[in-house]
Write a protein that binds this ligand. Structure first.
Ligand SMILES: [Zn+2]
Length: 222
């Protein structure tokens, strides 16, 4: 009996230590460094960054979008790079963005802005909210590590005009599967994935989105 109790107590101790470790990992922020390869109005990018952060906060995730090079020094975090790019007609035709869920470090998200521009030009009053949804959709592919889509909501394969209208007044939601997958990914990241700004600045910058065509695991955002 004693041994049983002692064993149970030991198991509880081990379990609680494991939980604590996991909760510390989960508490670390995900920092998305936003690179601009084409020039956009500063206020539009700021609004999009803020809206995307709020979308993730609604799912209980601490995801901070910051302009590349302006991150706080030595911030311990998991880093994702998002690049706002120019594009050509034939480059993943029809996609507003691309995500590479399994590519560690470097450029993991591209926003193909010339495809987003006509959508937001027709809806200027909430352009920052729409661009924020595009950011959040592609970042979520990296966090879920799932390249497929939901039938409704933020991770829908192709938004329609009703979805864009909804974005003006509310954030499109993640479904439960996607929230669970994102939390599982972040909880599963270990210290090996951790970096601070100094470390990640040493990585090669993304000079040209087109060079990433060679990546075999690309998913089309829309
Ligand atoms: Zn997608």
């Amino acid at each position: 009996m004693f041994w049983t109790s002692a064993l149970v107590a030991l198991m509880m101790l081990v379990a609680s230590a494991g939980d604590l470790k996991r909760s510390k990992i989960a508490a670390l922020p995900v920092v998305v460094r936003v690179h601009e390869r084409i020039e956009l109005p500063g206020i539009l990018v700021l609004q999009a960054e803020d809206n995307a952060s709020r979308i993730f906060a609604g799912a209980g995730l601490d995801v901070r979008l910051e302009r590349a090079g302006r991150s706080r020094p030595k911030q311990k975090a998991h880093y994702i790079d998002l690049t706002i790019c120019d594009t050509s007609e034939g480059y993943y035709a029809g996609a507003l963005g691309l995500a590479r869920p399994f590519r560690p470090g470097g450029n993991q998200v591209e926003i193909l802005y010339p495809r987003v521009r006509p959508i937001i030009e027709r809806r200027e009053a909430y352009a920052g909210r729409i661009l924020g949804h595009v950011f959040a959709h592609e970042i979520a592919h990296v966090l879920t590590q799932i390249p497929d889509h939901s039938s409704e909501g933020l991770m829908k394969a192709k938004w329609d005009s009703d979805d864009f209208r909804k974005m003006a007044v509310e954030y499109l939601p993640f479904d439960a599967r996607d929230i669970a997958a994102m939390r599982s990914t972040v909880m599963g990241w270990t210290n090996d994935n951790l970096a601070d700004e100094k470390d990640t600045e040493q990585r090669p910058a993304v000079a040209d989105c087109a060079v990433l065509l060679s990546s075999p695991r690309t998913c089309s955002g829309f």
